[in-house]
Design a protein around this ligand. Structure first.
Ligand SMILES: [Zn+2]
Length: 809
């Protein structure tokens, strides 16, 4: 599920919010189930449930799903099963397509329509009028959060029905729709009973970054089908709407992202939500009320569900396109998150009924809904956005390539293309705003079908602090600012003309120029990755005073291959006199096993790995028992509860057990630092923990834990901030800054001006203005970093703050 924000809820008059999974205790009075079992079919240990769920049931294990699908398929002529992608741990993702066998040709019919949608949307709309029997695709996504088991079980029941059923309702839906089921969107999460995937990433936060294979597969599925409706099955919301309105059905409260064509979505979304609600309510007598005594969810007497847009003013928004349905909306889908009330078979039925309501509504309103979906593309192609203020969308974005290191721009170009966004290159040189750009410069022409998606990825974002009391999740994600490439807006009214040709993929083959030695500039994730790759391969690498890397090597074929793969252009240069040898370092990061259902260290771990470091995870208990061993560098990024022994029942296993363990951990870290080890704390939780551990005495100041956004930072001329401009971007989530920093070197501060916060949501931030945000102890090797440099594998531009910290003296 997504958490409803307490602050917003209080603000709008809720006094008691049930947060069943937050409490994390198993239902009282019930036998604690066996959490581990060895599956008969695999040696893989699959969990029977999660301590974070307040109910438990005999859900279908991931390892049984493949066989179950084959069994249904054998009895069906309309069903296709494909292994569509793989999870981070290499598990198959099953996608099932169900299309009526009597009119299978109509699948092609839809494909024809889809082509037309993007070429000539007017014609596509007219085609719908002429062919009212065209089928439209609907995607149903099961259990992207692994602990929310009910979604995949509902999907399996729906597959069974639509694969075999011949009743009039089933036939009626299949006459109008092609059903595509992503059966278990998060295989690793279902196996291990975790919200996140095998890399510790919440997939339902990854749809802008798309760093994970599961997300990439889903993006490709959405792009392949451009579904008219997208239903995302989650759990568990019991009574946001009061005791007789369990569950949750979107659409969302404000703020809505301005890059949507929200008026077209709104024409249908509320009514479709009500159709889901009424289908659930009309079959309420069929529910078993299995866990009503403890869950307080009385299905048999429910009167509705909680619909955030209808029932609230804030607290459950669709602003960031990091959520799956919100991302699908940029492909014209009517996208909904559905939160079933309980983790049991009643909860499965709730999802089943909600989906049936959505499908029935989609059949009844198909032609109007799909014409409005096409209208989204039409507005884009015609650069005609009647819902928006004139000039909201720029005419184009120019993405100039840095001649020394174009890797960030090239990553962005590939990313945009993968997301169905057209990218062009100029055939000739051109001048804009007095600057001349060479032929071959990348341009995103905003007259295109998915202009909204292009803009939400490329814009700077906005400060929405005053618009809403609180945000659900991130509120700024600008790819140019956080990935580190230029995107120059050409205003709508500009008369500049480009002569363009399509780009199918970004150029990215590296070159090694000259006889050596070579310089690798400290300019991007790729450049640091190359330097680390060479260090790991045994090359002699030095680091200059400006943070650049030097390879003491003559030209050779192997080196050329590494450079070619990196995509960088590397040239010969004399190694400066004062350069330091750098060696392969042992890096250890404190492991968050899943506290509060997240792995708070995962972003930094992935960032370090992308930078080419080999990173070892160490749990708090192992750190207490065994110490840091051969580690040279220790990272702590995550909640301060990792070093606590007073955690809730569900969180207990991820922290410590007792005071003695805490003291042992503290001693091991103190010995490590006193022995010359490098200690780096990132973010508010780790900064507080560093204080608890007695490794710093500065004042750690904090903003609201959910405040987040892009900040302007003054970077000093220090080893820690090499490769950044004097004023440059940073990112905060749960902001933290430091005062009383005597004895510390300040490497970076929030800009001292009212404009230090550029985009996102951060109330009461004045106190942070101009304050220190990266500091280093002058007497021992302890660095505190308030910027979330490795946030969710997204903040590429800030990753080098981590490598700088590792290599700084
Ligand atoms: Zn969820």
């Amino acid at each position: 599920m997504r958490w409803k924000k307490q602050a917003a809820a209080c603000l709008i008059g809720f006094s008691i919010l049930a947060a069943p999974d937050a409490a994390g205790a198993a239902s009282p009075g019930k036998a604690i189930p066996q959490w581990q079992n060895v599956n008969a079919f695999e040696t893989q240990k699959e969990k029977d449930g999660s301590l974070f769920n307040s109910e438990n049931y005999n859900f279908m294990k991931y390892s049984q799903i493949g066989q179950q699908l084959l069994k249904i398929q054998k009895q069906s002529h309309r069903m296709t099963v494909t292994k569509y992608g793989k999870s981070a741990n290499g598990k198959d993702m099953y996608v099932v397509t169900i299309a009526d066998e009597k009119s299978k040709g109509q699948l092609g019919f839809y494909k024809k329509l889809r082509k037309q949608m993007f070429k000539n949307p007017e014609k596509a709309q007219a085609f719908i009028d002429k062919h009212p029997d065209v089928k439209v695709p609907v995607i149903i996504n099961g259990s992207i959060h692994g602990t929310e088991f009910a979604g995949s079980d509902a999907v399996l029941q729906l597959i069974e029905r639509f694969a075999k059923g011949n009743d009039p309702e089933t036939a009626g839906i299949l006459k109008n729709q092609i059903l595509i089921f992503n059966v278990a969107a998060n295989p690793d999460g279902r196996i291990y009973a975790t919200r996140f995937n095998g890399s510790g990433i919440d997939l339902n936060r990854d749809f802008i970054t798309q760093s994970q294979p599961e997300t990439q597969a889903m993006v490709s599925l959405i792009k392949e089908w451009n579904p008219m409706v997208f239903l995302d099955l989650h759990g568990y919301v019991k009574n946001y709407g009061g005791p007789d309105r369990p569950g949750l059905i979107e659409p969302c409260t404000p703020p809505h992202n301005p890059n949507y064509e929200y008026d077209l979505f709104s024409k249908w979304a509320m009514n479709q939500a009500k159709a889901m609600e009424s289908e659930i309510v009309s079959s309420r007598k069929e529910y078993k009320n299995t866990n009503t005594a403890t869950s307080k969810v009385d299905y048999q007497n429910m009167k509705g569900a909680y619909i955030p847009q209808r029932d609230d003013t804030a607290g459950w928004d669709d602003y960031p396109p990091i959520f799956t349905p919100m991302y699908a909306m940029y492909h014209g889908s009517y996208g909904y998150t559905l939160e079933t009330p309980t983790n049991d078979w009643d909860g499965v039925k709730w999802h089943y009924d909600a989906v049936m309501g959505a499908l029935t509504y989609a059949s009844q309103n198909k032609s109007g809904m799909v014409k409005d979906q096409i209208e989204v593309f039409k507005r884009g192609i015609n650069f005609d956005h009647p819902f928006h203020k004139k000039g909201f969308f720029p005419k184009a974005y120019i993405l100039p390539s840095d001649p020394t290191d174009a890797s960030a721009t090239e990553k962005a170009v590939s990313h945009l293309i993968k997301n169905d966004i057209e990218v062009s290159q100029t055939k000739k040189a051109f001048t804009f705003n007095g600057k001349t750009y060479p032929a071959g410069t990348y341009v995103v022409n905003m007259s295109q079908a998915k202009a909204g998606l292009a803009n939400t990825m490329l814009w700077d974002g906005e400060d929405i602090t005053e618009e809403t009391p609180v945000m659900y999740d991130i509120s700024a994600w600008s790819l140019p600012e956080l990935w580190g490439f230029d995107a120059i807006q050409v205003p709508a009214e500009s008369s500049v003309k480009f002569s363009l040709q399509d780009v199918k993929r970004a150029h990215n083959e590296g070159k090694l120029i000259g006889k050596g030695p070579y310089k690798i500039p400290n300019t991007s994730v790729k450049s640091v990755q190359l330097a680390n790759q060479l260090i790991n391969k045994g090359y002699r690498v030095k680091r200059g005073a400006d943070g650049s890397f030097y390879i003491k090597e003559k030209w050779n074929h192997n080196l050329m291959q590494y450079v070619r793969q990196s995509g960088l252009t590397i040239k010969s240069e004399t190694i400066p006199y004062r350069s330091q040898n750098i060696n392969k370092l042992h890096i250890t990061i404190l492991k968050d096993g899943g506290m509060g259902k997240t792995q708070s260290h995962s972003g930094t771990k992935l960032a370090l790995e992308r930078l080419g470091f080999i990173v070892k995870e160490l749990s708090p208990r192992d750190l207490a028992a065994k110490g840091l061993g051969a580690a040279d560098v220790f990272f702590y990024n995550g909640t301060s509860n990792l070093i606590s022994y007073k955690n809730s029942k569900a969180n207990e296993e991820f922290g410590l057990e007792n005071e003695a363990q805490f003291q042992a951990l503290k001693k091991n870290l103190t010995d490590f630092v006193e022995g010359g080890g490098k200690y780096i704390a990132i973010g508010a939780g780790a900064s507080s923990a560093t204080k608890t551990l007695g490794l710093t005495n500065v004042t750690v100041n904090k903003g609201n834990p959910d405040s987040n956004g892009i900040v302007n930072v003054n970077y000093g001329t220090t080893d820690l901030t090499n490769g950044y401009h004097q004023t440059d971007y940073g990112f905060v989530y749960g902001p933290v800054w430091y005062t009383n920093t005597n004895g510390y070197e300040t490497a970076a501060s929030f800009k001292n001006g009212g404009d230090f916060f550029t985009a996102g949501h951060w109330k009461n931030r004045q106190a942070a203005q101009g304050q220190a945000v990266i500091i280093k102890d002058k007497s021992k090797d302890v660095t505190l970093m308030g910027l979330e440099a490795g946030f969710r594998d997204h903040t590429d531009y800030l990753f080098r703050l981590l490598s700088n910290a590792v290599y700084s003296k």
